[in-house]
Write a protein that binds this ligand. Sequence first.
Ligand SMILES: Nc1ncnc2c1ncn2[C@@H]1O[C@H](COP(=O)(O)OP(=O)(O)OP(=O)(O)O)[C@@H](O)[C@H]1O
Length: 469
Amino acid sequence: MIRPTEISPFRLGIRGQEAVSDETLAALFALPAFRIVAAALPDPLLAVDSDENILFLNAAMAQLSGIPAASAERLPLANFLRRAGFRLEENPEDEGRTDGLARLVSTADGRFLPVQRRVLASGELARGYRLYIVRPGETPVLPRRASRAAPRADAPELALPPGLKEQVQRATRAYRRGVRILLLGESGVGKTVIARHVHDLAAGKEAPFVHVNCGSIPETLFESEMFGYERGAFTGALQAGKRGFVEAARGGTLFLDEVGEIPLSSQAKLLKFLEDSTIQPVGSPVSKRIETTVITATNRDLREMIAQGRFREDLFYRIATFPMLVPSLRDRPDKEALLDALLAKVNVGRQPQLRLAPDCRAALLAAHLPGNVRELSGIIDYLDIVADEVAMPKHLETVLSVAGAPPAVPFLQAEGTTLKEMTAVFEDQVLRDAIARYGSKREAAQHLGIDNATLIRKLRRLPGQGLAG
Ligand SMILES: Nc1ncnc2c1ncn2[C@@H]1O[C@H](COP(=O)(O)OP(=O)(O)OP(=O)(O)O)[C@@H](O)[C@H]1O
């Protein structure tokens, strides 16, 4: 089998050249032959240019990140990583290496994947072209560090309204005592971000944070995905068996997102784990004890679901020791501070810094955004791409759905926008509109005639609005 390293662009004719221009590299990645081979590689692969803009990503990387190739190309690497929920981290197993080649990418669901970073042009590492190749099959066991990593200097603080800030502090104390937190609020308000924040503060960034989207696990796979299985447990099972999400979260956080979507039969299995902290992988005769802190989140009214017999009351009391409501964007008094925080995020390493013209800022603050902070964040990402230094109202025309107005077909006048991009943005708007109208993703999926997992996958692929969002 061809290994990715064997088809590095060095082999495609650049080897030996002292300096490779942006144009040469771009031409290389545009070569049909290169694209065909790289696209078919089983290992996720991503190439960036000297300005850390994405030149190319293959299908495996698109699948791993949930971001389609057409949307990702030309995106700044930092944006791509953020949208995919990836972080590039130094590999502690390779401490002491000075060439900076060994890195890890940690994914939103808490996996750590080794990355080979190849410098495609000679010259300083920081200015070279790089090819990132992820090898999911070779997941290393990460040593836990004694001391907590210092917060990254370039990571802006999480923007929270005053009341919520105190709630988060209390939740952090609750977490440290092993109390289970239930985050309530509409889709896109920041429940996941808050769960991760509490985890970082209470458990430390190095501890595993396993994000499980309960709505996307088919009922028949719930047990094996959650608790794992032994080798040969069922037809189609991996030879070596598989660790479940619970075990992957050992020593850290198991974040059960969309907990209201868990079918009743699976709720009973989850309840058992929450009661005795033990799991029994499918096909295994023995049970294991797993210490992990569970945080849950939902945009459903669980009490109403209990009254309707769709959610177990005993499970509710097991997960809701510390319930916390995250307000929707329209109810937040700190919209301006939030906007600035989102702007600060895209401005990390950006030259020139992106600013908002006063009327653009006013339009954003007044906008009706049913997708909440996720939608606002997607718009800022879009402005990051289309505006050089000052974002003007004209930049918003195609992405903002004005309060009360039906969703407009976007991008009709946008130059240089492909049909695929327009379709993706339109689809995104339809999905968000349906979620806002029907109150939950499951209901929205039913009305749209797609299954819940497809809707969630599409939303993850398009975390915000806009060209690449
Ligand atoms: N306080 C915040 N500061 C900066 N960015 C935020 C904040 N809250 C949310 N975001 C951004 O909004 C997006 C959506 O947030 P998040 O995924 O946490 O929402 P959620 O409530 O968990 O949504 P869902 O219910 O659909 O899973 C994220 O991409 C995140 O970057």
